[in-house]
Write a protein that binds this ligand. Structure first.
Ligand SMILES: Cc1ncc(COP(=O)(O)O)c(C=O)c1O
Length: 394
């Protein structure tokens, strides 16, 4: 029997958790008659876009969301033929491969619509486009003043057959603060934008809700919800939801040593051993996604309990104080996980750092951090293929 070498650094992704979360969200959306998009941009928020996409599609999602066209095309290259919306392309980018691959594109301006139209003519296909209205996030999206011109041009493009206006859409600024007045204001502006689109002769679908609005505002589900963070099991709203975090970041002990009282530990000697103690060395550092600013402010789960990481987080290593407890080389070290056993969570790191858990998990796409998938369904390519490749282990 082969014994698996303990991981140097590994993000374990529980695809059963992803399926559970997607099923929960898709059920909420379906109650309002809406379809569910799984947002898998940024390599599936650091969890692996293809694997998450496959799991999500098997659990009730029928759409996928990507930021860049390259992300959308990589889903197609993996053999996924579900509808994909790619929403932030850069000026001058060649959109033709996207149109040819049947990827839905977004347009926030006349220039963007023109680029989509030209790409469609170039490959002699009708491009599927979603017109984005800025309802108050003031990021991308068409300003209200330019919306009538965009609608007119889109209607003309639809009439000539180069474009099909699939939907109008927008994005909420404060959905994670239920009751925030901007939500209703954005919803009103979205309603106005929709009325204008209908008046221009278009018959688009509508989508507005992210995870937070999917959980808290069924009246804003419309035809499609775009769920990101919640499919990864991280809850964006204050209320309890039965979501399961999918990512566990783990490593293992590579060296233990007894150290006398009064010795300095790690760079700068910011921590001194208060008494003789056992230190455990763990081969992960800020190059592997452990922020240096967590130095002196983090714990890990090791040998059955939480233990403090002492001294500075280095580029490649951290040191854990284990007191007089028995710890051994090869023991598993959990940096963060779902929290079920009492281990730290990505949310805990985020709270300590003054950020959001999105940033923590998305930042786990690191060259030295392997990925291991749990809950893989045998034979479901490309999941199976990718897992076979990662099983070799870091
Ligand atoms: C346009 C758009 N829609 C939907 C989402 C998903 O949001 P969330 O991860 O909060 O569900 C994002 C993510 O940032 C987004 O940029």
């Amino acid at each position: 029997m082969s014994v698996r070498t303990p991981p140097r650094a590994e993000a374990m992704i529980d695809l059963d958790a992803v399926r559970h979360n997607v099923a929960l969200l898709a059920e909420r959306a379906a109650r309002s008659g809406a379809a569910t998009m799984a947002v898998v941009k940024a390599d599936g928020y650091g969890h692996g876009a293809t694997e998450v996409a496959m799991a999500a599609l098997s659990a009730g999602a029928t759409w996928l969301g990507a930021c860049s066209l390259a992300e959308g095309l990589s889903l197609r290259a993996a053999g996924i033929d579900a509808p994909v919306l790619s929403w932030l392309d850069v000026p001058g980018e060649d959109l033709a491969p996207g149109v040819a691959a049947g990827i839905d594109l977004s347009a926030s301006s006349l220039d963007e619509l023109t680029a989509v139209r030209q790409a469609a003519r170039g490959v002699d296909r009708t491009a599927r486009v979603h017109l984005k209205i800025d309802t108050g996030l003031s990021r991308n999206g068409c300003p209200a003043a330019e919306w009538p011109d965009l609608l007119e041009a889109a209607a003309a493009a639809e009439a000539e057959g180069s474009v099909e206006v699939v939907a109008i859409w927008s994005h909420l600024a404060c959905a994670d603060e239920p009751g925030h007045p901007s939500i209703d204001r954005q919803a009103e502006r979205f309603a106005e934008a929709y009325r204008a689109a209908r008046a221009a002769g278009l018959r688009p679908k509508r989508h507005l809700a992210n995870s937070a609005a999917t959980l808290t505002r069924p009246d804003l589900h419309f035809d499609l919800v775009r769920t990101g963070i919640a499919i990864y099991g991280l809850n964006p709203v204050p209320q309890h939801e039965d979501l399961r975090p999918a990512m566990t970041f783990r490593s293992s002990v590579v060296l233990t040593k007894r150290v006398a009282a009064g010795e300095g530990v790690s760079y700068g000697h910011t921590w001194l051993t208060p008494q003789e103690t056992t230190l455990a060395l763990v081969p992960v550092g800020y190059a592997d996604g452990v922020p240096r600013s967590l130095s002196g402010r983090m714990e890990v789960w090791l040998a059955g309990r939480r233990r403090p990481v002492v001294g500075r987080v280095c580029m490649d290593q951290i040191v854990v104080d284990c007191g007089d407890d028995a710890v051994a080389v090869g023991d598993e070290v959990i940096l963060f996980g779902p929290g079920d056993r009492g281990e730290p969570t990505a949310r805990e790191w985020a709270d300590t750092l003054g950020t959001i858990d999105y940033e923590i998990v998305t930042g786990m796409h690191r060259p030295r951090v392997g990925r291991r998938y749990l809950g893989v369904r045998p034979g479901t390519s490309p999941e199976a293929v990718r897992v076979a490749a990662t099983e070799g282990g870091p």
